[in-house]
Design a protein around this ligand. Structure first.
Ligand code: HEC
Length: 88
């Protein structure tokens, strides 16, 4: 469930464009084309929203991004809505 504070930081943060800028290129190298193919739901390395959160945290560290929990949660929710559909 998103609080008003989370909604504001989601807007300021824009998970969609941050994702394009920092996440897709490396994933595209892994899949050899469309980086979105990496998001395979339960076929992949994340099986629920908790693991998705942990993976976002892991990858953003790898990408050298200094994020708060709100940023991580905003990216997790963006990816969940767009690709995974685990829900809350
Ligand atoms: C330097 C390379 C790199 C960057 C940059 C990167 N990732 Fe990843 N990401 C990986 C690798 C490697 C995996 C694991 C692929 C596998 O073995 O399935 C992965 C997997 C994932 C997965 C799980 C895919 C699945 O369903 O199995 C998510 C979610 C994810 N990354 C999110 C992100 C986000 C969000 C960002 C941007 C903040 C990001 N990644 C940036 C390398 C990267």
């Amino acid at each position: 469930m998103l609080s008003l504070f989370d909604l504001k930081s989601v807007q300021a943060f824009s998970a969609d464009s941050v994702h394009q800028e920092h996440c897709t290129a490396c994933h595209a190298r892994i899949t050899g084309g469309d980086g979105r193919l990496l998001y395979r739901g339960t076929e992949g390395i994340v099986e629920d929203v908790i693991q998705l959160h942990a993976r976002v945290d892991h990858c953003r560290r790898g990408a050298g991004l200094d994020w708060t929990e709100e940023h991580i949660a905003a990216m997790r929710d963006f990816l969940d809505e767009r690709f995974y559909g685990f829900g809350e």
